[in-house]
Design a protein around this ligand. Structure first.
Ligand SMILES: Cc1cc2nc3c(=O)[nH]c(=O)nc-3n(C[C@H](O)[C@H](O)[C@H](O)COP(=O)(O)OP(=O)(O)OC[C@H]3O[C@@H](n4cnc5c(N)ncnc54)[C@H](O)[C@@H]3O)c2cc1C
Length: 432
């Protein structure tokens, strides 16, 4: 049986990135993807000549992910959305105070509240966010913000940049770090996130990675550079190292005797961040001036992505994403969630139904495998990429958040796992 240097489980951003790093250093890498296409949650689908990401996707310009993509020879192109938008509060539309002028003009806040918001925004860049990793956002806000409405606005902005809707248990430090990152700018990508996936795939093939789709990993056994990966079609693959980019719970299920490893802890403590997504292509927007909106009291989002990025063949058409941030502790009700998103659209774009040319509702998308709770915030630096009890087994994915959230977390943990393997390999070569 051929023995691979590395088997990578999963062909999303994390799997592709780690495979490229390793193959470029001369390792023999096999990438196994269970579905019929690469990309995972970064895929883009075409409907009625319009491109839909899997819910709204924005690349953080100064995030670890952008740097890593550039390092791998991928230079995503796109447009910057206009920060001006609308904020609905108590049934009324207000200007979103996202820039100095809109802050002065907005009818949402009193002067006293505006002054406090400005103070908070000035403090944010200088804040030692790591000190607040084990503290909840709600507790941080109570301690540092006097005005209730400014607190609510902070929760709304943190929700926007992190997708997390649980201020009572989410780590303040991690969410404030993410808010700071989003203030440094975001990009909506021309052609959608599939362009990143395609470029990563090209780089992987160029580096010599062997890619297999329709290859679901069922079990990982063995240890210490003698790992065996069993696929659901019965084949067994021998490998010195394995990187799993599946969720902690899925990796736990794959690994024999995982109860004795830290995978058991991660499976219990890492809860997903979820969202209900309504992706729409419309002939024209009834209220084209409204291209971005949030709700202060409800966890709702609206954005016209095609205003900044090329996503439609017909320049008159628009791709808009509407989203509800879900709370992992509450039972989901997809019918009610869709109705809530539709009535949000009614408020922002009256008559939108007549203009729809394609749509899809994704009731429960996993935006990230791991909400950073206060408990996880306290041990963030100790999570992954090694599964220490099984030498040779590594994990990567967006739940490993030392260097960012979302795709930044996926890509930076993928890089970290690849670097650990290269270090382990060179240590071994020196000792041999
Ligand atoms: C609605 C939504 C909005 C988002 N918005 C943003 C955003 O604005 N900015 C941002 O940075 N990020 C955003 N993200 C997050 C981003 O899409 C993900 O963090 C990133 O794509 C995850 O990549 P990954 O490779 O870690 O995981 P995945 O994309 O989940 O890839 C894992 C792959 O592993 C495969 N796999 C799983 N189990 C097995 C197995 N047993 N055998 C073989 N293959 C297996 C899966 O099929 C999948 O292809 C968003 C995500 C969603 C859903």
């Amino acid at each position: 049986m051929k023995k691979w240097d590395v088997s990578v489980i999963g062909g999303g951003l994390a799997g592709l990135a780690s495979a490229i790093y390793l193959a470029r250093e001369g390792m023999d890498v096999l990438l196994l993807e269970k579905s019929d296409q690469l990309g995972g949650r970064a895929r883009t689908d075409e409907q009625a000549d319009c491109l839909f990401n899997m819910g709204p996707h924005a690349l953080y310009n100064k995030g670890a992910g952008s740097q890593i993509l550039n390092e791998l020879g991928v230079f995503p192109k796109g447009g910057t959305p206009n920060p001006n938008g609308v904020l609905i509060s108590e049934g009324k539309l207000h200007e979103l105070p996202a820039a100095p002028l809109s802050l002065i003009r907005t009818t949402l806040l009193t002067w006293r509240e505006k002054k406090e918001l400005v103070r908070m925004m000035f403090r944010l860049p200088k804040l030692d966010v790591t000190a607040f990793y084990p503290m909840s956002l709600e507790d941080w806000a109570k301690e540092h913000i006097a005005e209730e409405r400014v607190r609510q606005l902070l929760f709304t902005l943190c929700r926007l940049s992190s997708y997390s809707n649980e201020p009572e248990r989410a780590s303040a430090g991690v969410l404030l770090r993410q808010l700071r990152l989003s203030a440094a700018g975001i990009t909506y990508l021309h052609g959608g996130w599939q362009t990143i996936v395609n470029e990563l795939r090209n780089q992987a093939v160029k580096a010599g990675v062997t890619i297999e789709i329709h290859s679901a990993v069922k079990e990982i056994t063995g240890a210490a550079r003698d790992l065996l990966v069993t696929l659901s079609d019965g084949r067994t693959i021998a490998s010195r190292y394995v990187i799993s980019t599946a969720s902690p719970a899925a990796t736990y299920r794959m690994v024999k005797n995982a109860d004795r490893t830290r995978l058991a802890v991660w499976k219990e403590t890492v809860v997903p961040v979820k969202a209900a997504c309504y992706d729409l292509a419309v002939r024209k927007l009834p209220a084209p001036a409204v291209s971005f909106a949030l709700h202060l009291e409800k966890p709702l989002y609206f954005s016209n992505h095609s205003k900044a990025a090329l996503l439609t063949r017909d320049p008159e058409h628009s791709v808009v994403h509407v989203l509800k941030y879900l709370d992992s502790r509450q039972e989901q009700n997809p019918t009610q969630d869709q109705q809530e998103l539709e009535s949000f659209l009614d408020q922002l774009q009256p008559g939108w139904r007549r203009e729809v040319i394609a749509s899809r509702f994704l009731p429960s998308m996993t935006v990230s495998h791991g909400l950073v709770t206060t408990e996880r915030g306290a041990v963030l630096e100790q999570e992954g990429p090694e599964v220490e009890e099984i030498p040779g087994l590594y994990v990567a994915g967006d739940w490993l958040t030392q260097n960012g959230l979302l795709a930044d977390a996926s890509l930076s943990s993928a890089r970290a796992a690849a670097m650990k393997i290269l270090q382990a390999k060179s240590k071994r070569e020196v000792s041999v």
